[in-house]
Design a protein around this ligand. Structure first.
Ligand SMILES: NC(=O)c1ccc[n+]([C@@H]2O[C@H](COP(=O)([O-])OP(=O)(O)OC[C@H]3O[C@@H](n4cnc5c(N)ncnc54)[C@H](OP(=O)(O)O)[C@@H]3O)[C@@H](O)[C@H]2O)c1
Length: 314
């Protein structure tokens, strides 16, 4: 049996459950490509998601491999694959109820993969799929952001927020963002027209006339966001279904969605990156053997951008 290195958790929990092990190398099934992983993006909260621990039927799927963003090279193809070829540099989002990319290899549905941006190395590319697809789907599928719309992005310096600011601008919107004081210049540099220090000023006192709010925070932030929306406006929540009461007599919507892999959108995002219109910020890169530290860092450290696990030097 051929083996590979993988980071796995055998029991539900946090970063303390993650250990580096030798495990069987996956074999690509019909429609799958086997990717030699160069880098994997992590989402610190993914260890709290039920999909990490149980499959769609609710069956325990431990031991589980985390890190669902991958950048690497196609090693081998399963039967019937048409979207990628062996040797191609690709990136993508692995579905959350599948084993992730904190390993030497991951088998991924080939139709979910796209050519990697040519201007980024693998570790920066691995920071792209989940957060950028989330922002893209929020503004093109959940809400339909048009040129001239006013978009409010909460947490504009965060993993999703930094892409959301840039994508809303690329779609022609006027962008207001919230961030901590130390991140205001950074979020402006991403293209935000106005940035509010959320700890110093309640945003609802200074923002109005908003068409779309993207909210990765929830709670009070979601509730107060309704008050700044125009009629016809949308609140898009990411941290969970918004616990808000829509005011009577107002035409507002409040939605929650979960990002999905989508090759055509990854192609679009890679184009924005290669055109210099989408910047990727990486907070820290950890080697595979320190994946547990990467999750702990992601959860606790003050940081800008994503945390990435480097599997193969590239
Ligand atoms: N539904 C989906 O498909 C989906 C996809 C991706 C992510 N998510 C979820 O979205 C959430 C955020 O993810 P992320 O990767 O962007 O996290 P992140 O990188 O930790 O960013 C969160 C940002 O929010 C800021 N922040 C915290 N409290 C705030 C407040 N009250 N007002 C304004 N900004 C505030 C933080 O700034 P400071 O550190 O300066 O306070 C930080 O910059 C997580 O819950 C994640 O699970 C959901």
């Amino acid at each position: 049996m051929t083996t590979m290195r993988a980071v796995r958790a055998h029991a539900r929990g946090g970063a303390e459950q993650l250990q580096l092990e030798d495990v069987p190398k996956p074999e690509p099934q019909a429609g799958e490509a086997l990717i030699r992983v160069h880098a994997a993006g992590i989402t610190p909260t993914e260890l709290e998601w039920s999909e990490t621990w149980v499959d769609r039927q609710g069956h325990d799927r431990t031991p589980t491999i985390p890190s669902h963003e991958v950048s690497g090279v196609v090693e081998e193809l399963g039967p019937g694959v048409t979207h990628v070829v062996a040797g191609e540099e690709v990136y993508g989002l692995v579905p959350f109820d599948h084993d992730g990319a904190a390993a030497d290899y991951v088998a991924v549905r080939a139709r979910d993969l796209a050519p990697k941006p040519v201007t980024l190395d693998h570790s920066r590319t691995a920071a792209l799929p989940l957060s950028a697809l989330t922002a893209w789907q929020a503004f093109t599928e959940q809400a339909h952001v048009h040129p001239g719309n006013h978009v409010l992005v909460h947490g504009g310096a965060g993993g999703v927020g930094a892409f959301a600011v840039q994508i809303a601008k690329a779609l022609g919107a006027r962008v207001t963002a919230t961030a901590s004081a130390g991140d205001i210049e950074y979020v402006r540099s991403l293209g935000a027209d106005v940035v509010i220090d959320y700890k110093a000023t309640p945003f609802e006192e200074v923002v109005s006339d908003v068409d779309v709010v993207l909210d990765p925070i929830g709670g009070r932030t979601a509730e107060a966001s309704l008050g700044v929306l125009n009629d016809g406006g949308s609140l898009i929540s990411l941290a969970g279904p918004p616990a808000v009461t829509l005011p009577e007599g107002r035409d507002l919507s409040a939605e929650f969605f979960i990002v999905e892999p989508e090759r055509s959108q990854l192609i679009e995002l890679a184009r924005l990156v290669d055109d210099g219109r989408l910047r990727v910020e990486v907070a820290e890169v950890f080697p595979l053997e320190d994946a547990a530290a990467a999750y702990e860092f992601g959860r606790t450290a003050r940081r800008r951008g994503k945390v990435v696990v480097q599997v193969e030097r590239s």
